[in-house]
Design a protein. Structure first.
Lengths: 326, 302
């Protein structure tokens, strides 16, 4: 019974990660937009939903006590707007600028979460976030299973919607822009407009995932949204194969299993005073793993990569280009 | 408002500027933003610290050079640390960046640098734990220099060192053949190859300069603030902002950008409070991207 309960808990967390990864897949896999601050968008969603749904709290703004669904919708709206603004500022520039800006967004969100006590509760975070099926909390198994059901349904809806989107004319434009921007523009598609849309939808999905997580655990704090979260999700997407929604989901579950498993392993193998160091080693190992996958199997498990790039690589080899070129 | 923020700002600005030189060179010559650059800083600092301890263990305690808080061991260690960081950058390029670059996808290299950054930082945390350490625990008396400004001898020495290094790199870039090759490659890579510039050697020089200066910036932070595994990562946003503010590829621009951000941060600390310091670089970055994305001294990309 315990095992079943843990399994449900594990899968719920993994599926919430999948949702973030699906959002990132829309941004990176489908559109080629590089977001290294996704932890910031997840945090925006979590905090928005928490503010909207918690009971009134004198120490900070709000607690509006609204229904959970309103919190989720609010999270998506605010997350989407934040992503759209970020996109509008940077998407007319080189792709690296978007990376640097999203990195900055995550830093600033972290700062606000830590310091704007009136809004976010500061370092102690926000508690008493209403949980779906909270009345079942006395029987953890039932509670975990019902939450797993909720998260599964949301992830499934997001998955099907994204699958539909990527096959729709809209998705084809995004792919066209990723593959050959000039050709797509020459067909009259506004590159910037489509990209901002994709970035905003991706941000909204990430924010929704943040909100789901907040309502699942009932408590959020700035520490949940450190750069390590961004990093985990990137590894999930790359392992699964960027471009594939199925890969995003399976990669998330797989990497989360590795992460949780190695975490349990270090807590058994190392004495308590060495735990922090062992955790650092765990992160280092995952970082190396990301680099190795990028080097030897950049398509991941289910990756969908454009043919054109392979062609250009071959062309360069044929031209005798040395590996030291830019 | 006391004028002390000018000194604080110039010092922070020097650290940011020295780091930003590496960022701007990598960006303009290798064409990717290197998220591992901050971790070069931290690795250089810890390497320098290790050499200082090694010297201390072999020759015993060395008296500091008169008004400064450190003696010759730190200077020797800094030189060794710079060489070490340069080698680290070259090694990382060889095993990771060069291979991905040859696949011709700039943004994959950025992602790899993000992964490498995570791995490098966590390795430091594993080896040295996340507890902060110091080069010296001695407290220096700050000398008043008028207008309500106080400055310590260490701070003067480090400002001078920054000036010398920046001048040196500037002369290297403008007066030597190597520097001209670097500029050529950053302006037009294809044309540079055609005229027979040795790309591999320019790439090596870029990493050596970037790595060595990152080490100096890190050691400055170590002397004036503290040494932590996250010290470099926290400098990443200010360094990127400085490089973009100054104009990608411009060395004087990177340094000036660093000084502007350093001064703005120090001013913000006095006016608003230290907890919001990290937001300053972001606001400046956004302003530059909206108003003048090519930066102060940038050239429009062809």
């Amino acid at each position: 019974m315990d095992l079943l309960g843990y399994g449900a808990f594990f899968l719920t967390t993994a599926l919430i990660f999948s949702l973030v990864t699906l959002g990132l897949n829309l941004q990176w896999g489908l559109t080629g937009l590089f977001n290294v601050g996704l932890a910031g968008f997840v945090a925006i969603g979590a905090y928005t939903s928490a503010l909207l749904t918690t009971p009134d709290d004198a120490a900070r703004l709000g607690g509006f006590g609204l229904p959970i669904l309103v919190g989720w919708l609010g999270a998506m709206v605010v997350g989407g707007i934040a992503a759209a603004l970020t996109g509008m500022a940077t998407l007319r520039l080189r792709s690296d600028y978007l990376a640097i800006t999203t990195f900055g967004v995550a830093v600033v969100v972290q700062l606000v979460a830590l310091n704007a006590q009136k809004l976010t509760g500061g370092p102690f975070g926000i508690g008493f976030i209403p949980r779906p099926f909270g009345s079942l909390a006395e029987t953890p198994l039932l509670f975990n299973l019902s939450n797993l059901a909720v998260v599964s349904v949301v992830t499934l809806i997001a998955y099907l919607a994204l699958e539909h989107l990527s096959r729709s004319p809209w998705g084809r434009v995004l792919k066209a822009l990723r593959e050959d921007e000039r050709a797509a523009i020459s067909l009259g598609k506004s590159a910037r407009f489509y990209r901002v849309q994709a970035f905003a939808v991706g941000g909204a999905i990430m924010a929704l995932a943040g909100a789901l997580q907040a309502h699942f655990t009932g408590f959020i704090a700035p520490d949940n949204y450190l750069p390590i979260l961004t990093f985990q999700v990137w590894v999930m997407l790359i392992v699964g194969g960027s471009g594939s929604n199925l890969g995003a989901v399976i990669g998330s579950i797989l990497v989360w299993a590795i992460w949780a498993g190695s975490g349990t392993l270090t807590s058994i193998l190392f004495p308590p005073e060495q735990q922090a160091r062992a955790a650092a080693l765990q992160i280092a190992a995952i970082g190396v793993m990301l680099c190795v996958i990028l080097l030897i199997r950049p398509n991941g498990l289910f990756g969908d990569r454009p043919r054109r790039r392979r062609f250009s690589k071959r062309a360069k080899i044929a031209a005798g280009e040395s590996s030291s070129g830019s | 408002m006391s004028l002390q923020f000018v000194v604080d700002g110039l010092l922070t600005g020097s650290m940011i500027g020295l780091g930003a030189i590496g960022v701007t060179l990598t960006y303009s010559i290798l064409r990717f933003s290197n998220f591992a650059h901050g971790d070069f800083m931290a690795w250089g600092t810890y390497a320098t610290l290790a050499v200082v301890s090694a010297i201390g263990a072999t020759v015993g305690k060395v008296a500091p050079i008169a008004p400064l808080s450190f003696g010759w061991p730190l200077i020797v260690a800094l030189v060794i640390g710079m060489a070490f960081t340069a080698l680290l950058a070259l090694l990382l390029d060889k095993v990771l960046f060069a291979r991905l670059r040859s696949q011709g996808q700039a943004i994959i290299v950025v992602m790899a640098s993000f992964g490498a950054s995570m791995a490098l930082r966590s390795l430091l945390e594993f080896t040295f734990t996340s507890r902060p350490t110091y080069f010296s625990r001695a407290i220096q008396i700050a000398m008043p220099v008028g207008f309500g400004i106080r400055i310590t001898p260490d701070q003067i020495a480090l400002l001078l060192l920054t000036a010398v290094l920046v001048l040196g790199v500037h002369l290297l870039m403008t007066r030597t053949q190597t520097g001209r090759s670097m500029q050529a490659l950053s302006q037009n890579a294809a044309l540079a190859r055609i005229v027979g510039i040795d790309v591999a050697s320019v790439v090596r020089v870029t990493w050596v300069i970037g790595g060595a200066l990152a080490c100096v910036a890190g050691v400055m932070i170590g002397i004036l603030v503290q040494i932590r595994p996250f010290m470099g990562f926290d400098m990443l946003l200010p360094m990127f902002a400085a490089a973009i503010l100054g104009g990608i590829g411009s060395i004087p621009g990177a340094v000036l950008g660093g000084l502007i951000i350093g001064l703005a941060e120090a001013g913000a600390v006095q006016l608003i409070g230290a907890e919001w310091r990290a937001a300053v670089s972001f606001i400046i970055l956004m302003a530059v991207l909206f108003v003048r994305p090519i930066g102060l001294f940038g050239v429009r990309e062809r």
